[in-house]
Design a protein around this ligand. Structure first.
Ligand code: NIG
Ligand code: FE
Length: 433
């Protein structure tokens, strides 16, 4: 008999993903190997998974002072959202309704709305205020079952305002239970003071912002898009970022094709994101690389477009495919990975098994967190989510509500959405810790 801190028992279906390798991206048919334990249990000590297995086996071997009964729930590894923009000061609902009335996303941006409108709001905001809105944005993620995120700046667009954004993010992270990986996105748009001299902004990014701000982030990202940062500018910025010690992610081939995926692969980026317009050659190169394709179907849905990334062709070609929310005030205002899973099934024809893999181990790999999270292998962090759905096969199918019953981070329940309905199981604890 071994003592542990906590036991989670009688999980209706425990999806461990532990049939496959604990680390590395899963490609092709390996995206469909879930490793499901019926009436499963998880033993947790010091925030890490000690063992998973059938409840009768686990309770024979392990004892804990605290035992939580998860009967009726499906447990998955905590979601890893590898593409978010939570450092903003104000929402932009008016633009959403303008688009619904027929306006185009890029046209709104060119008229001073879009990213520049968020830039003005961030520039007008103090560090303390920006920290508070960022923290409140972060809080929406665990409420929807997410335990690890990547978080980008990119609404400051000056040395001072990008520094303020990175400091706000660091301060918000310190108050949040989430694991957060930080991305500097000073190359999100050209700010108004450099629109007539774009070369000068690229130089500012490469020569001052990146060297000075690199210690405050793990990654650098560029919005590589015709009309924003072109291929040559994107390459210069990403190369300077690497020289400053940052790893790379790229907004690639989102709206118009630009060889963004090929650029991401050539520079050894950890991810190429969006990819609605990825070329056949881009798919081929991505499949032969360690760069994860992070698909953001919520954005295409929310913008009312039809250019979803060709997920089926990418999976069949052997690309490492992940899905993410792209949570931001303009093009996708949701923190719900389960909603993104539904859109990925309906519009990109991914299977339930594939969207589960694409929301857990593959994005964890893209953030170098696959040794820590993304599957429920023994030794990893005890980060998982209990969903109130009939079976793992209902992933994607159940939509429009929040199916998250419990989010567990480092072995500790941090969100208990059903506390009131089921006080015996959850001790009537706080809705969000
Ligand atoms: O990923 N494409 C650029 N960046 C965001 C949108 C940001 C915004 O509209 O505020 C995106 O969709
Ligand atoms: Fe984005």
């Amino acid at each position: 008999m071994t003592r542990v801190d906590r036991l989670f028992v009688h999980v209706h279906e425990l999806v461990t993903l532990a049939d496959g390798s604990p680390t590395g991206a899963r490609r092709g048919a390996a995206m469909r190997q879930l490793g499901v334990v019926d009436d499963g249990a998880i033993a947790v000590r010091d925030g890490r998974i000690v063992a998973t297995g059938p409840t009768d086996e686990i309770t024979r071997e392990y004892r804990a002072a605290e035992e939580l009964d998860l009967s009726g729930f499906v447990v998955l590894p905590g979601f890893v959202d590898a593409h978010t923009h939570p450092v903003f000061a104000r929402t932009r609902e008016h633009e959403f309704h303008m688009r619904c009335a027929g306006a185009d996303y890029m046209a709104i941006a060119q008229a001073g709305g879009g990213i520049l409108s968020s830039m003005r709001a961030v520039r007008e905001t103090t560090l303390d205020e920006l920290t508070a809105t960022t923290l409140s944005n972060l809080q929406g993620f665990p409420a929807h079952g997410t335990t690890t995120i990547e978080a980008k700046t990119g609404y400051g667009l000056s040395l001072l305002d990008e520094e303020k954004s990175l400091r706000a993010l660091a301060a918000a992270m310190a108050e949040s239970p989430l694991t957060v990986k930080r991305t500097f996105l000073g190359a999100h748009e050209f700010p108004p003071e450099y629109r007539q001299d774009r070369e000068a902004y690229v130089r500012l990014l490469c020569e001052q912002m990146l060297p000075q701000l690199a210690p405050l982030a793990e990654y650098c990202d560029v919005f590589a898009e015709p009309g924003v940062f072109d291929r040559a500018q994107s390459e210069r910025i990403l190369t300077a970022a690497k020289a400053s010690g940052l790893r790379l992610r790229v907004h690639a081939d989102e709206i118009s094709p630009m060889g963004g995926a090929e650029l991401a692969v050539a520079l050894g980026a950890d991810s190429a994101d969006h990819l609605g317009r990825i070329s056949d050659e881009g798919i081929r190169q991505l499949a032969a690389s360690q760069t994860t394709g992070v698909l953001l179907p919520g954005t295409i849905f929310f913008l009312g477009k039809d250019t979803y990334a060709p997920a089926r062709r990418m999976i069949e070609a052997g690309c490492a495919v992940a899905i993410a929310t792209d949570f931001n005030p303009g093009s996708c205002y949701t923190q719900s990975m389960t909603l993104i899973m539904t859109i990925a099934c309906v519009r990109m024809k991914m299977t339930a098994e594939e969207v589960i893999t694409a929301a857990t181990i593959n994005p964890a790999f893209s953030l170098q967190q696959d040794h820590e999270v993304g599957t429920l292998h023994a030794g990893k962090r005890a980060d998982f989510v209990a969903l109130d759905i009939p079976s793992w096969r209902a992933v994607g199918y159940a939509f429009g509500g929040n199916p998250v019953a419990l989010t567990v981070k480092n072995g500790i329940p941090i969100v208990a959405n059903v506390a009131e309905q089921n006080p015996d199981v959850f001790g009537g604890g706080p809705a969000v810790a």
